[in-house]
Design a protein around this ligand. Structure first.
Ligand code: GLN
Length: 548
């Protein structure tokens, strides 16, 4: 039998960024999956960076790590969480990665002496990557989100590739624009003009949208829908209302209020199969019913850009906390705690008693480190539930060595290469890479297995012996100190199968209700429907202690 071709949906953004293009793409994927289709999602980042690994999180938000180890954009995390899929590395591309491949082919003489040009060679490379991602995922529908906003120079080439795909196979390609419809207070009316202009600009690239998703504070009324339809050249039923919602997980259900999945399938000539969205309906009902609330503090440094707090730097951690809240039937209130505040003022530590749990997430560099170590000491001594992630585990070990082993200047060599007690040290394979200034994509990245020790918090949480989790780090617990740390009471409850890399550290429950940290990043695999075993266990303990 001839293999069926994939269909392609391109998601573009109009007017401005930050209006939820990633959530919209994920939600489109969710509703199409709910009608029995195999769906995959691709993210295009128009940056010149080859991947997201070298970007500061306050610049670009969290670096999301795929199973394969590729460092990508946070939207890849949204796709995986919403659609319950694991994405391979072919599903992420940047301007840098596309050019890198084209230049490599040119060097290999693959263009056979031709003048290598942006069109068709670079656009062909983009098209090839999109098609290949569809094939290798066995997807009937491929959703491709083009980063940035209509009118940006950077994404023009990707738009051009999409236009060519539509030109060749008009029935297989669909354009969805997520646009912003402001509702200015003083005017008292929703304004469609910015979207009209965005669409006009898109038209000048030879693309007409098939569907417009209008993001706004409140639902779109009939008049606004008709106006957008008329000026933007779409059917009025193809203007989908996307008002602000309490939880992002309501978005798929909201889209269905305007029959989005049916309209998409019809346009792509695909049959409209029965829908099963029961899990999502249950989840959203549950979210609306949540009572009480747990205050969870995240201690870190990547929060501020100017006067604003950029929660995007830790989006997977935030979502994992929320998911664990859903699982445990309790609302979670997340607060940002700047670790530097504790460096000047010891009295501030007392404020940590107001939290049901504290998380020290991943990070790099020296700023705020002593503050984090003070926080860990305080929550350890005051039995406040604690979850450390990556750097959080390394600093937990530093704190323990300093205060329980009396190794006064114990440290990670990332911060103090001269320390007398390098309890956290660089991975041997990383030493060489650093010497060559090879920073991009050079950490211990992606999924690795770990074996869990019996009768530990970790084993109880996972309910199994072997796990696999995603990593992104250069340093690790120094094997030379493991015996001493264990003697002083720290348990390494998760280790690599060879037993040489420490993956989870914890204190016994008789000493502390929940004091556990991981060298990997459990937040990357948490999902709204299931949560993650460690986050679920952390929130469970926090809840039990608060309700006591
Ligand atoms: N900076 C630490 C390392 O490179 C921790 C990294 C992280 O938290 N992701 O090992």
């Amino acid at each position: 039998m001839k293999k069926k071709k994939s269909k392609y949906i391109f998601v573009l953004g109009g007017v401005m960024s930050g209006i939820g293009k990633g959530i919209a793409s994920s939600s489109i994927g969710t509703i199409l999956k709910s009608r029995g289709y195999e769906v995959t999602a691709i993210k295009i980042d128009p940056y010149v960076n080859v991947d997201a690994g070298t970007m500061n999180p306050t610049e670009h938000g969290e670096v999301f790590v795929l199973e394969s180890g590729l460092e990508t954009d946070q939207d890849m995390g949204n796709y995986e969480r919403f659609m319950g899929i694991t994405l391979p590395k072919g599903n992420y591309m940047t301007t840098g990665s596309v050019y890198q491949r084209v230049i490599q082919r040119e060097r290999n003489l693959e263009y056979k002496g031709k003048c290598v040009q942006v069109i068709p060679h670079v656009t062909d490379e983009i098209i090839k990557t999109i098609r290949k991602a569809g094939e290798s995922n066995g997807a009937q529908i491929v959703i491709t989100e083009i980063g940035g906003t209509i009118g940006d120079y950077e994404n023009l080439l990707f738009m051009e590739a999409a236009r060519q795909m539509k030109l060749k196979n008009p029935e297989d390609v669909l354009f969805v624009v997520i646009s912003y419809v402001p509702f200015p207070n003083k005017i008292g009316e929703m304004k469609t003009k910015p979207t009209q202009q965005a669409i006009r600009q898109l038209n000048s690239s030879g693309i007409n949208p098939n569907i417009i998703i209008a993001r706004s504070e409140i639902p779109l009324d009939k008049i606004r829908k008709e106006k957008l339809a008329l000026f933007c050249n779409v059917d009025k039923n193809d203007v989908i209302s996307a008002p602000d919602v309490e939880s992002i997980y309501e978005v798929p259900l909201n889209f269905e209020k305007d029959d989005l999945s049916k309209r998409i399938l019809k346009k792509l000539n695909l049959s409209i199969k029965n829908q099963n969205l029961t899990d999502w309906e249950k989840l959203v009902k549950k979210i609306h019913r949540l009572k009480n609330s747990l205050r969870i503090g995240i201690v870190g440094k990547y929060f501020e850009t100017g006067d604003f707090i950029l929660a995007d730097s830790y989006i997977s951690v935030i979502e994992a906390i929320k998911h664990a809240g859903y699982k445990n039937g309790i609302k979670t209130e997340i607060e940002w705690i700047n670790s530097e505040d504790f460096e000047k003022d010891n009295k501030k530590l007392k404020e940590l008693k107001n939290y049901a749990g504290i998380i020290v997430p991943g990070g790099f560099g020296s700023r705020g480190i002593e503050g984090k170590i003070k926080v860990i000491e305080y929550v350890r001594k005051n039995k406040i539930p604690f979850l450390g992630l990556c750097y959080g585990m390394q600093l937990m070990v530093v704190e323990y060595a300093r205060h329980q082993l009396g190794f006064k200047d114990a440290h990670t060599t990332e911060i103090n290469p001269q320390t007398k007690y390098p309890v956290i040290d660089i991975l041997p394979e990383q030493k060489e890479k650093l010497k060559k200034k090879n920073y991009g994509g050079s950490m211990r990245l992606g999924v690795y297995p770990a074996i869990l020790e019996k009768n530990t918090l970790a084993r109880k949480a996972y309910q199994k012996k072997e796990i696999k989790e995603r990593h992104r780090h250069r340093y690790e617990v120094n094997p030379n100190y493991i015996k001493e740390l264990e003697k002083a009471g720290l348990i390494f409850s998760g280790r690599s199968p060879q037993g040489d890399l420490m993956e989870i550290a914890e204190l016994p429950q008789k000493k502390h209700p929940f004091f556990l940290a991981t060298q990997f990043h459990p937040e990357f695999t948490s999902s709204p429907l299931k949560g993650h075993p460690l986050f679920n266990a952390f929130i469970k303990t926090a809840k039990e202690l608060q309700l006591k």
